[in-house]
Write a protein that binds this ligand. Structure first.
Ligand SMILES: [Ca+2]
Length: 156
């Protein structure tokens, strides 16, 4: 994490991995261990703190919002992050995902893109040359076929 340039009251941030611009001071920044230990399954966007998560009951009370993401009233001691777990092992409410807080889905974009302008085509002479060679070979093949047909059936 790059904390360079951060100003103001920075409290109870749990960090995974290395830091620059600030240090683990057990006030603004704490060592958070791994996200895999802190959350149920971060790879599937399940950011519910595990039963043994370092995030449970370790938030700074001054900055804890009244409600969590599930609109549940937070109670002290507060959890770090989006959810107040209240001892639960799994999330009883909203999960993080695309549009996870959207109550009114946005209409899909049905406007076609503008047609490209000022296009040019290159390589046409070579393409036409290839096509004319194919046609010439086809004519020669047809001539050969007709000659063979006429000599077979008419003896000419
Ligand atoms: Ca709590």
């Amino acid at each position: 994490m790059n904390a360079s340039g951060l100003t103001g009251n920075i409290k109870s941030n749990y960090v995974e991995g290395a830091m620059s611009g600030a240090s683990i001071d057990n006030n603004g920044f704490f060592s958070g261990g791994t996200s895999g230990a802190a959350f149920v399954n971060p790879s599937t966007l399940n950011f519910w703190p595990t039963i043994g998560s370092i995030l449970r009951n370790t938030a700074n009370a001054t900055y804890a919002p009244t409600l969590d993401f599930n609109q549940t009233t937070r109670t002290s001691p507060y959890d770090v992050g989006a959810y107040e777990t209240e001892g639960l092992a799994s999330n009883p409410g909203w999960v993080v995902g695309p549009g996870f807080k959207t109550t009114t889905p946005t209409a899909p974009d049905t406007t076609p893109p503008a047609a490209p302008q000022n296009l040019s085509v290159t390589g046409v002479p070579a393409l036409l040359g290839g096509v004319s060679r194919i046609l010439a070979n086809l004519v020669l093949s047809l001539q050969g076929l007709l000659e063979r047909f006429s000599s077979t059936f008419f003896g000419r």
